[in-house]
Design a binder for this molecule. Sequence first.
Ligand code: TRP
Ligand code: ZN
Length: 877
Amino acid sequence: MKTEQPPVIRLSDYTAPAFAIPRTALTVDLDPTRTIVEAVLEVERVDGGAPSLTLDAEGMELLALEIDGTSVPEDAYRMEDDKLSIAEVPERFTLTARVAIDPQSNTRLEGLYRSNGVFCTQCEAEGFRRIAPFIDRPDLLSRYSVTIRADKKTCPVLLSNGNLVESGDLDDGRHYAVWEDPFPKPAYLFALVAGDLAWIADRFTTRSGRAVDLRIHVEHGNEGRAGYAMESLKRSMAWDEERFGLEYDLDIFNIVAVSDFNMGAMENKSLNVFNAKYILADPESATDGDFAAIESIVGHEYFHNWTGNRITCRDWFQLSLKEGLTVFRDQEFSADMRSRPVKRIQDVRMLRARQFPEDAGPLAHPVRPDSYMEINNFYTATVYEKGAEVIRMLHALLGEEGFQKGMRLYVERHDGQAVTCDDFVAAMADANGRDLDHFKRWYAQAGTPEVTVESHHDPEAETLTLTLAQMTPPTPGQPKKQPVTIPLALALIGPDGREMPIRIEGEDRGTETVLLLTEDRQSVTFEGVAERPRLSLNRGFSAPIRLNQRIGREDRAFLMAHDTDPFARWEAGQQYACDLLLEMIESLGRGETPKADPAFIEAIGHTLANNGLDDAFRAQVLALPTEEYIGEQMKIVDVDAIHTARETLKRALADAHYDRLLATYQARRSNEAFAPDAEQAGRRALKNACLALLAASGTADTAELVRLQAETANNMTDRMAAIMLLTGNGLPGRDEALAAFRERWKEDEQVMDKWFAVQATSPEADTLDRVRKLMQDPVFSMRKPNKVRALIGAFAAANPVQFNRADGAGYDFLAEQTIALDRLNPQVAARLIGPLGHWRRFDETRRDMMKAALERILATKDLSRDCYEIASKALAD
Ligand code: TRP
Ligand code: ZN
């Protein structure tokens, strides 16, 4: 039996709520299997509102319903279809609803659930309706007062939003706490946590002198691993004051780390809840990447206090209003704390790995989508990362000062409101006296624009003319596209490697300028250009586009050595590698042995030897484009050829630069005490990038080097780098290293995620069998999203060779696991399906098998809305 198609929600159908709920008082009597929630709501009809009141209410048993203290007769209300409706209600009244819910059996991890015995909530986007009947939409703001009652022994810690105003003991070994949040907020920002938690405490004094108590709550025994998160929090608070002039607004800020969580973290007002993976770290157990992620996510959630909480979204179509802007803010924070160019390179890598494929596939949608079936499916790379790129382009158009002017006006106008992306852009436009209507197309139009550049140098006239054409390919529901505003940062690099002065129509523009493309086709002429320059285009990745340039290899190599913009310099190497790899893949197709271009090998050698470049940057240059990115440049993806070509190129690099790679590696081996700072991390990154190339050389010496590092590393970054190479290259010592790792860390479920993931992403032929076996490991559980992502998610999304094995077993496995998980946790299940959506890009045999896997998911009885939407859209022609 097929699941019925869920209803489609449309932005164009938006209407404001018919009732206001200025105050909400909750009393939550916690019990693992039967928690009683009493919600006392002050309700007021909004002018012209309907006589009946409809509340969202899911997965609860209604115990009592009263209006102004009188119980509502049974024939006057209905509880069905996830709604509680009352036929006729007064203008203003107090509604009391008492319900029972079961946190213990909540495997969806939405609403109130338990994670390792700790009660916690997750309400974004629509989880509050699983806790109490409510008008659960972001434009309904209410002031909350929350009383929590629980067993004192198992739940000594009782937390909710705002300030603790009262606490004390009750009978029967229970106790209570009352929390009041002075700031009106939508239900999705409500949170409650209760359990036996340890904590670390600190304090931050704001610029205007408010002393804020900071606490990070963790499971007992993990206190020693929360310090870096605390430091990150304090840095975030200081940074937001300095860069954005935004201060914290309460006397207390709590973070709770839980092990079972659907996503990364959640910005609930003054009570952020985190996936423990993004809080807990020490040198022994966390990599440099983990530390960097903690800093950025702690910042992200903290920054939401203004961009998301004080100013929230009118409806869920506006999700990027808070997410795109807050990602932009966390990216800037990390850039200011660490290396700006390296951060930009990493962000672009991630955008290309996740958002570009999404924008080119069946699930493409605009930054502000105009319809959805299940909102949880729209927490996407497009809404978050492309949304951040849209904000970054506004920043490029207005400059830092103009952008901050716009931010100040945005806050002044909309503090305490639920608003739209249009409101945000209007504040930016009005503060700067600019018309941004054309720019707003970025919010409405899906797809990655392609910009084609042709250049003509006229030595007689001393001019250089660029002709720039933009085109956005069609996406589902949007066959015809309009041109968008593209801020294209550029410089002209002279033969001596210096930036040349830029003059356009008699106007001097310094040595770097931003061209504004707004039409399908435009041209621009630079004057006073005696010699043919090399073009440094889309510097800093000023626009999220694909750039088509007919550019020779010498020019690429020249830019690799001389481009004055670090991003563009890195990009020259990536594009060079990509051209080369595609050529190698073609020759593989003709049955020839692919040959690596010596000029590229030489250019990489120059970068490696250039001690004027910092280590972190050189590590980025040494990393070839990912297999996924190369696949994206092909009409039909050939995963095996891509893998072979890439390995061949790595080996050629290793053979050519063996001595220098080894010397660079050896020079960075040290016994210094580990610090998670950017400088040390850069050194480790370059060292391990060298080791990765050396491992590709296939010599016994390098294999031994890798084995030794796996065995003796004094930090997780080096240990994981080595183990990844052991499994990725099938080197001797692999099994021993994996066994030793398991023995050392089997009690630590967070570290064990790395052990699962490294095996799931191995290109070896027996990987799928291994993954199936690992599902039987006692540490694995389908109820734990981190485990599912580490094993099943990593296999499907980060192992192109084995997931796409020719017999289709990878696809079958994913369908089978998605269906199984859908019964427990639809939100996480739906996120597994993505890789099957790329069937159009594969050969016919694989295409049919991928479609069959999607059809199998779709044919499942009682499939969730979440999976239905993804699978049906992935299949649609
Ligand atoms: N708003 C959160 C963030 O961006 C993410 C989020 C959305 C989330 N839905 C969630 C987190 C569900 C956990 C579960 O930081
Ligand atoms: Zn966010």
